[in-house]
Design a protein around this ligand. Structure first.
Ligand code: ADP
Ligand code: MG
Length: 561
């Protein structure tokens, strides 16, 4: 068979270099990544066989196997799952499809210090490549279920890898690491020791639902012993709260989210009754880079009676909670359930409502108990959550209760609407806000002059979605939400008749000038009027109370509407 040599993509090469010279202190996690991939491959095969019974694949004993060879200094992780075709190996292993990786490498170059690099490694799923933290050569042999021919991939992590077709590959994938020379100082991380492997599997992969087996070393002169299963395979969501440690929850989070960092919060829900289900949800500690792109994979994993059914199940949570990760395990769904059926299912809709409320009430709890954690949450996910103010009127109040906004009241302490209302001045009827691209640009806007002069607080809203939710929500506790840049604003109230009279007189005095300006600007404006809102600037442009703001006009135009 011919062996072909290929160059790694530039990004892949950079990532590999990073792994080879890794400063990442916890190298044990490479095993978690390989086991995680093997587990995914078994899930995929089980499902594919379920959907297509004619698939020529053996699903009678799906499992993961780990072998160590002290003499050869190799460690092999093998699965009999879905496998990969020749093309898939090149596509999935030889390149970095994940667009976030480019961002990652750029940030890494900017971070410069090694500690920063360590933090960044954890942000992007660098799964398979993490093997190069401990190995100087990696060989992957795979055969896709249902196909006759297999593929061998090898690389030492330098600039190239080789691909070769092989005839005798078993179904599934085996990844063999040729380990770097042993570190005599560090026996704990001797990956040729079955004891070490056992500890790592227990620590990181205990909950994996497929058996992870290892054949213990044979004593001299005896037959090879029976393989031992290293993990308990217990679904964490089905165990009671006090049986499971936070670490165990966090490892499950890392497995399903492909994030290397700890989650911000773990949420459990057990629903009994006619439609029974268990949910184990996680709020990540960082927003993924692609949260606001169209192809962001939203949703949590769906299991039916402990069997993995699908990733990214959109029906379980509304779009504005798409950053939530986790598992929902339902007792009474068919294993063949499809996305289309889920969208229409009454029980699933009820489940979504319940999960949504649970997530929102958990955020409220964080807000009450832990200001720092709440600040992190809102910084990372506030923008997404605000979409819910527009799309989910049922939970609007619950979202408003945990929403906070930049304000002229304090430089770096956001305010809730409730706090704003408490501070409102006597005679102030409305909640004022201004929208724009950045805090700085709107704080210095001419629209703000009169408010600053009179010491009236204004919310400073800088997300595109802000333009939309303020209209959708309209008012809070009977107080109208009003833009300082729209319509006529009378900050002095009705009482000031003298000022009113004066303004009328001024209007007469300036009638000529205003008329002339109107003629000159006819194409671009509706009217010219005298204003009480400016104190320093000579003029400003104002929209009608019901007009779209310029930013929103741009947003809708970009959306083709
Ligand atoms: P991720 O798991 O986050 O997608 P990885 O780098 O761990 O990223 O793996 C890249 C891809 O390679 C996987 O998405 C999968 O398609 C494929 N792959 C890796 N390991 C296996 C395996 N054991 N069996 C089948 N496919 C695999
Ligand atoms: Mg992976």
């Amino acid at each position: 068979m011919t062996t072909e040599t290929f160059e790694f993509q530039v990004e892949a090469r950079q990532l590999l270099q990073l792994m080879i010279h890794s400063v990442y202190s916890n190298k044990d996690v490479f095993l978690r990544e390989l086991v995680s991939n093997a587990s995914d491959a078994l899930d995929k095969l089980r499902l594919e066989k379920l959907r297509d019974d004619s698939l020529d694949a053996d699903v009678s004993d799906l499992h993961i196997e780990i072998d160590v060879d002290k003499e050869a200094r190799t460690l092999t992780v093998r699965d009999n799952g879905i496998g990969m075709s020749y093309d898939e190996v090149g596509r999935l292993i030889g390149t970095i499809a994940n667009s976030g990786t480019a961002t990652f490498l750029k940030e890494l170059r900017e971070a410069q210090d090694p500690a920063g690099a360590e933090g960044l490694i954890g942000q992007f799923g660098v799964g398979f490549y993490s093997g190069f933290m401990v190995a100087d050569e990696v060989t992957l042999v795979t055969r896709r279920a249902g196909e006759g021919q297999g593929t061998r991939w090898t690389s030492s992590g330098e600039s190239t890898y080789t691909l070769e077709k092989v005839d005798d590959a078993p179904q599934g994938t085996s990844v063999t690491l040729h380990l770097k020379p042993a570190d005599p100082e560090n026996q704990l991380h001797d990956y040729t020791s079955p004891w070490t492997i056992k500890q790592i599997v227990k620590r990181y992969s205990d909950f994996i639902t497929w058996p992870i087996r290892m054949v213990p070393e044979a004593a001299d002169g005896e037959d090879a012993p029976e393989p031992e299963t290293l993990n308990s395979m217990k679904a964490l969501w089905a165990r009671s709260r006090d049986e499971v440690s936070d670490d165990e929850y966090h490892e499950l989070y890392k497995h399903i989210s492909h994030d290397w960092r700890e989650p911000l919060e773990t949420i459990r829900l057990q629903a009994e009754g006619t439609f029974e289900y268990q949910a184990l949800l996680f709020v990540p500690s960082h927003a993924p880079h692609d949260l606001f792109t169209r192809d962001f994979k939203r949703g949590v994993q769906l299991y039916v009676k402990r069997v993995f059914i699908m990733d990214d199940c959109e029906a379980l949570l509304p779009p504005y909670l798409r950053f939530v990760k986790g598992v929902v395990d339902a007792q009474d769904l068919s294993l063949n359930v499809s996305r289309e059926i889920l969208q229409q299912d009454r029980h699933i809709r009820m489940m979504q409502r319940r999960l949504t409320k649970k997530v929102l009430s958990t955020i409220k709890e964080i807000k009450t108990k832990d200001a720092d954690r709440y600040a992190t949450f809102w910084r990372e996910f506030g923008t997404a959550l605000k979409e819910g103010l527009v799309t989910d009127s049922e939970n609007r109040d619950a979202i408003l209760a945990v929403a906070s906004f930049a304000t002229t009241h304090a430089e770096d302490e956001p305010t809730t609407l409730a706090q704003y209302v408490e501070r409102m001045k006597d005679g102030q009827d409305d909640i004022y806000y201004i929208t724009g691209e950045s805090r700085q640009s709107i704080e210095n806007s001419p629209h703000m002059e009169a408010f600053r002069d009179k010491g009236i607080e204004v919310l400073l809203l800088t997300d595109a979605v802000d333009e939309v939710w303020v209209d959708a929500v309209g008012e809070y506790e009977g107080k109208k939400l009003r833009s300082v840049a729209k319509g006529e604003i009378d900050l002095d109230g009705e009482k000031d008749e003298k000022a009113e009279g004066e303004r009328e007189k001024q209007a007469e005095d300036y009638a000529g000038l205003l008329g002339w300006m109107r003629e000159q600007l006819d194409e671009d404006i509706k009217e010219v009027r005298l204003s009480a809102r400016l104190t320093v600037s000579p003029a400003c442009v104002v929209s009608d109370a019901h007009d779209l703001t310029p930013a929103l006009e741009n947003m809708y135009r970009a959306m083709g509407q």
